[in-house]
Design a protein around this ligand. Sequence first.
Ligand SMILES: [Zn+2]
Length: 199
Amino acid sequence: MNIKSKYFDAIRVKPEKDLTRKDDGPRCAWQGCDGPGTHPAPRGRNHEGEYYRFCMRHVREYNKSYNYFSGMNDAELKQYQEAAITGHRPTWEVADRKGEPSGRKGVNTKNVSDPFDVAGGSSGQQQKEPTRRIVRKVERKSLVALNLDETASAAEIKVRYKQLVKRHHPDANGGDRASEDKLREIIQAYNYLKTAGFC
Ligand SMILES: [Zn+2]
């Protein structure tokens, strides 16, 4: 330890061996003080993560006389100030925050099957994606549910819808639950396409 460090002005710190006493915890590191070392203070530049412990009175003295920037050249100071703007976080962390879609943590609806956007994915998780792309995805799924493709006209959609409703209606299938689910899917798909102005 170099107590004559150029980063400190008028700090008088005890020799390392006196900093702790086994009986009742750490003592104040101030030279000549026997108070409790209840207040940690950073040891300084190039000692990041290391602390002295002082009593309340001496941590104030220490903080007053401790000059973090002393000895820094202009380039180092500039670098420090630039880093201060990003909160001294490593750049990868900043990049990670930017990459996060909409600040919703722990919610991942991306892989959940939700063809009709019941979970509201288009207004949440996928907010940053172009609206057009999301709509097209749902449109395509709705058309697929009606066994149609993207070239289907409004008339074709209506005709196909009527055919499928007739075919999958539970009355036409002896009350079969599977056909009921299929019918619900067809109705939802058709309603979506109608709302979207497709038919
Ligand atoms: Zn003290």
